[in-house]
Design a binder for this molecule. Sequence first.
Ligand code: NAP
Length: 251
Amino acid sequence: MTTLAGASPLALHDAETLTDDALRDLFAYPADLGSPLFRANFIASIDGAVTLEGSGRKLGTPTDRRVFGRLREVADVVLVGATTACSAPYVDIGMSPEAQAWRLSRGLAATLPVAVVSSRGIVPPAVLGNATVPPVVFVSANADPVLRRALDQSDARVIELAGDRISSAAIRSALGELGLHRVLVEGGPTLFSQFVSDNEIDELCLTTSPKLVCGPARRIAAADQHVEINMQRRGILAGADGTVIVRWARY
Ligand SMILES: NC(=O)c1ccc[n+]([C@@H]2O[C@H](COP(=O)([O-])OP(=O)(O)OC[C@H]3O[C@@H](n4cnc5c(N)ncnc54)[C@H](OP(=O)(O)O)[C@@H]3O)[C@@H](O)[C@H]2O)c1
């Protein structure tokens, strides 16, 4: 693997010099996970905006899209809130033959489900209708009864959890019971903010898109109460398109 600054885990990698398999190896979760590891993946502008004209995808760059795909390919499950689940990338998390080969060689399932967290029971029909890899749905015990019936009639693995706002610990515990340990949290900011506030995030892969956007956009995490979690840098990936991706892990 080519690096710009030595071979340490803190190295600066030049994205263009890495093959897809090298990227998968770079972002592989620890092999011996006995419980869920929550890794979040976000993109933000240089000035911290999480959306451009209301969409996170509009901040995307070729390097980001490439790494976004590889991060999915090394995970057991993609975890999102109900609003993010309504956007196109969650309809079908396809795996190329190369990605499936990498996964199988490392003991992962060939494909992975999306897991949606919802208090009301809102899961887009296109996600619910994925019969190849049915989604997991973490739904509040107080969900809308009509929406709940539709969930129960689908192929989804529906897991009812207490409270209107399902607790971060309950989500972690339910994923552990399902044996889904390599957790990729793709947002959105509401779900991620709760995980940060509850001190439940283990890693963050943060892409900086080479744009200043100003405007009314939110940041990746916000809460009424101040929270401080010390993180250490585990690697930097730089793309020729100006993208910078930093992998942060808690101490
Ligand atoms: N830049 C990026 O990397 C990125 C990543 C993801 C999303 N985004 C952007 O962020 C925006 C969406 O943000 P968002 O914060 O609304 O998305 P979100 O976190 O995906 O969805 C929020 C919804 O998810 C459900 N939910 C979240 N946590 C829950 C909990 N603990 N218990 C029960 N239900 C829970 C609730 O839905 P119900 O109450 O309706 O059930 C809540 O209204 C979009 O514009 C998207 O483009 C950007």
